[in-house]
Structure formats: C-alpha cells, structure tokens
Design a protein around this ligand. Structure first.
Ligand code: TNX
Length: 504
C-alpha cells in the first residue's frame, strides 16, 4: 500500500487539485521507490478523481446499507469484504452505502465513489454500482490486513465505450468452465464486459446443439495438435451465462461460418459439397480450407438456422457472432447476408468479421476489424459500427515479446508487447462500439499459457475501452498496474513477467 499512502501523503502535503490530469505531468511526484504519487493505482483510470484531505480507517467490521435493486453489486461487495476478513454488523461505526440515484450524466455504467466519514457508492444502475465496487476493490489491498486506510476522495467515472471485450478461442484448444469463470472474475475486476467465445472452428465444435448431437460427439472430441478437446453442455452454458451476468459480463457466442467448419463437416459429412473428399476431423494449423456447401442451400441454411436457434436460446446476448472470416467462395456475400438476416429474424443482431462487410447487410450488423489495413471505409459509409480488434495491437496470441515460443507473429513480427497494445488509439475511430482483444489458441494449450498471453495485456484492453484518451499515459499505466500486482497474484493469475513492469 505504499503507493496509496504516498498518494494520501502527497495530497495532504500539496493539496491535490481537482481532476488529477495525468497527461500534464504523468510522472510528476514520483517518489524515491519509483511510484507515482499523483495517481491512485487504478486500472482502468477513472474519468475524474478529486482527492480530499484525510483518510478513512476502514475497520474490520462495517455496516453495509444496500438499496433495493443492488442484486449484483451488493453480493460483489460482500465477496470483497469477505476476502479481506471484514465482517458486517449494523451497529458498526463505518458505513458502506450503495445508492441508486437518478443522474443522467452517469449513464448506464457510470458511478460515483465518495470516501469520507463513510464510503458511499452511487449509480443509476446496479451495473454502475458493481463498477464502483471494483474501483473500491482496487483501492483496497489484495490481502487481509489489520486495518484498511483509504484516502478520502470523490471519484466520478463512466466508460468511454460500451463494448470492452476479450475473445477466447475455445475451439482450437478447449478451456474449462472453471477457467472461464476465473477469466470472467478477472475481466470484471478491470470493468471489461464482453467475453466473446469462439465456439467452433476446423479443429473443434464446443457447444452442445441438441438437434445435432454429433457436433459435440465427433466435433467436440478433436482439437488442434497438442491442444485440449471437450465441449460445453447446454447446462454448462446456462451456468456460465448466469455467472457472467452476475459480473456484468455478456457472453457473446461465435459460430464461425461458412468457413472454419471442418469440425462440423467431420460430424455431418452432408454439410460439405459432394465433391469434397476431406471429411475427417482436423488438428492442423491451416486456415481457409473448409466450408459449408453454399450451393446446397437447403442443407446449409437449415443447419445454420437450427444451430443459431439453439444458440439464441442459450445466450441472452443482443449480438450473435457468425464469423465469416477467411473463406473464398462466389456465394460468400449471399451467405453472409442470409446468415445475418437469420440472426435478425431470431430477434438479435449479427456480428461478422470484417470480410462480412462485402455482403448486403443491414447497417446495424457489427463488423469486427482485425486486419489493421483492411479497407472498412465503404462499410462505415453505409453506417456500420465496428468492434476494434486490429491484430497488430490486439492479438494476444502474438508474443509478449519478439520470438516468444509458441506465439504467432504473422501480423507483427515484433509480437504485441504491452507497450504496443497500449498504443492503439480508439479515439481515432468514429464508428466503434468499443475494443476487443483476441486470444487464438492454436498455440495456447494450457491455462498457464493462456494466463501468460492474456495478462497483463488484457489490462490494456480495459484501459482503452474505459478511460478517456486524456487520462491515458503509458508510464503512468505501468505505475498503476505495477501497484496492482498483488491483486493479480491474489487472483491466481500466472501473468507474463513483463520487464517494463519490472516483473522479470
Ligand atoms: C486469423 S482473426 C484468424 C484465426 C486465427 C488467427 C491466428 C480471424 C478472424 N481469423 O482463425 O486463429 O488468425 O492469429
């Protein structure tokens, strides 16, 4: 808690101004041990921080007052207090209050956090209060202590973007329900709110579809060479959806169509055109070789509609991803237009990878940009919004450093180091819903390897998605993230020991 105390001391001594603007002097006030006294150790950095003189000594017993309608934020606060051995008693002196207010400026996800004699969390929504709890969790130490000094302050905060996402490829190599729950918890700490699950690809099909049991019997049994096979039952999905919802994370399912479908074809051979001879499960690394038979419209669209019908029953997400990457076929544009319309008829909105922009889609279809240089302008001109995932900044299957074993470098030969990831400027794009980093799993076959590829880089995604451009500064980010290392440790994250954080 050195940083926190340094902050408090600096504010007490110097009298911190309102709205601490990091951009003017990111490193001003750096103390002898290298910590930056002018900031709180928060990632993503809040919109507005007003330090006040004094501290609140949070005792081991508190009185929590939670308004009606705090069904996720109150349990989140309870979990936080429990982890720190803080008990609840209505006669305790220190109060933590969760209030639902009506302040349009805070929006759907914003909040205020006031620490003075009491700790007061206010927001328009339970989601906002949930994020206030996450901020409080970063202000507190990660582990049990005798007592918890907190700086007096007032934070007013809201996100820049509604889409703050991370994608896991569970198709090439499977990740367990347990790992996904951990990942959801970790994402939520950083106020990330979309977990995109890449549920099908050539090497595996990972979600039970009742009308097509062989998809998981056969397609669930394969994986990329060296990777893990497996699948989620529909009960697993319902459990994950419930778990994620309680943490304000929307699970966004992707069924990759019409290419990347060898696992489906190996399960139901009739999905391929008659002249296709390769009908076997696949465990290699090639892309772009498989496709549904686009001339056999009856078989293909029956399959697509049936699968998507079950998918929308399982996943409440407003958006359903239909893939659409890396395939050449004269009937591709027709397929994408039809598939996005099927999603629309099911009452949802489709997402497609950037290539889907060649089709005649409704402008409300979201496009996910993944090649930095892809010419997406025509789609923007037609009114589409983007999810920003340019590979040279946001592909976390690329190395934390150049030449890292078991990483790709096709998009950027130097890999995607933390600093590079931080250089993405979402503010340069107008029509975006937000940002999403992606971890493909051709070369990521264990939970430890996934942790290594994801962390600490996912913290960058969080800051890009939430914080204002003016409040972002890489050196300051390093200081703040470094101070959160005990929190990452407490969450059991086997992060990459980033040299720029002095973690090596
Ligand atoms: C490209 S990004 C792919 C994936 C691979 C990835 C590896 C995209 C839409 N398609 O199929 O896993 O590169 O980095």
């Amino acid at each position: 808690m050195k940083l926190l105390l340094a902050t408090v001391a600096a504010c007490l001594l110097a009298g911190c101004g309102s709205h601490m603007d990091q951009s003017t002097s990111p490193n001003s006030g750096a103390s002898a041990d290298g910590t930056t006294a002018s900031q709180l150790a928060l990632v993503p950095y809040p919109d507005d921080v007003t330090p006040m003189p004094g501290t609140l000594e949070l005792t081991k017993v508190v009185h929590v007052e939670a308004a009606d309608g705090t069904e996720t934020s109150a349990p989140a606060l309870n979990r936080l207090l429990k982890a720190l051995d803080i008990t609840r008693d209505s006669s305790a002196h220190t109060q933590i209050q969760l209030y639902l207010v009506d302040e349009p400026a805070l929006g759907d996800e914003g909040y205020r956090l006031d620490i003075d004699q009491q700790i007061v969390l206010s927001a328009n929504t339970d989601a906002g209060l949930f994020y206030a709890v996450q901020t409080l969790s970063q202000l507190l130490p990660a582990n049990v202590q005798a007592s918890y000094p907190l700086p007096n302050l007032s934070i007013t905060d809201s996100p820049s973007y509604s889409w703050r996402g991370n994608m896991l490829d569970v198709a090439r190599s499977f990740f367990s329900v347990e790992y996904l729950k951990q990942h959801i918890d970790r994402m939520a700490r950083f106020k990330l709110n979309r977990l995109h699950l890449h549920l099908s690809d050539d090497q595996g099909w990972r979600v039970e579809i009742e009308g097509y049991p062989k998809l998981t019997e056969i397609g669930g049994a394969s994986a990329v060479k060296g990777g893990r096979s497996g699948f989620y039952t529909q009960d697993d999905i319902r459990e994950l959806v419930r778990y994620a919802k309680a943490r304000h994370v929307t699970l966004v399912p992707e069924i990759d169509l019409p290419g990347h479908t060898q696992a489906a074809i190996a399960s139901y051979n009739e999905l391929a055109c008659d002249d296709v001879t390769n009908l076997a499960p696949y465990s290699g690394l090639e892309v772009g070789f498989s496709k549904l038979c686009l001339t056999d419209r009856e078989t293909t669209y029956t399959f697509v509609k049936d699968v998507l019908t079950e998918i929308v029953k399982l996943f409440p997400s407003e958006y359903i991803h239909i893939g659409g990457d890396e395939i050449k076929d004269p009937l591709y544009p027709e397929f994408i237009a039809r598939a996005t319309r099927i999603v629309d008829q099911l009452g949802r909105t489709a997402i497609a990878w950037e290539e889907g922009s060649v089709a005649d889609n409704d402008p409300d279809v979201l496009l996910q940009l993944w090649n930095d240089e892809y010419d997406i302008q025509p789609a923007l001109d037609r009114g589409h919004q983007l999810i920003l995932s340019p590979c040279s900044y946001a592909y976390f299957d690329h190395g934390n450093y150049q030449g890292q074993p078991n990483t790709y470098d096709w998009c950027r030969k130097e890999g995607v180091p933390l600093e590079r990831a931080y250089q993405l400027k979402p503010e340069d794009f107008e029509q975006i819903v937000g940002v999403e980093s992606a971890m493909w799993s051709e070369l990521v076959h264990t939970d430890a390897a996934a942790d290594n590829r994801l962390w600490p880089r996912v913290a960058v995604t969080a800051e890009l998605g939430w914080s204002r451009a003016d409040d972002r500064d890489y050196q300051a980010f390093l200081q703040r993230l470094n101070a959160l290392r005990p929190m990452l440790d407490a969450m059991g994250i086997e992060y990459y020991r980033e040299p720029q954080l002095n973690w090596d």
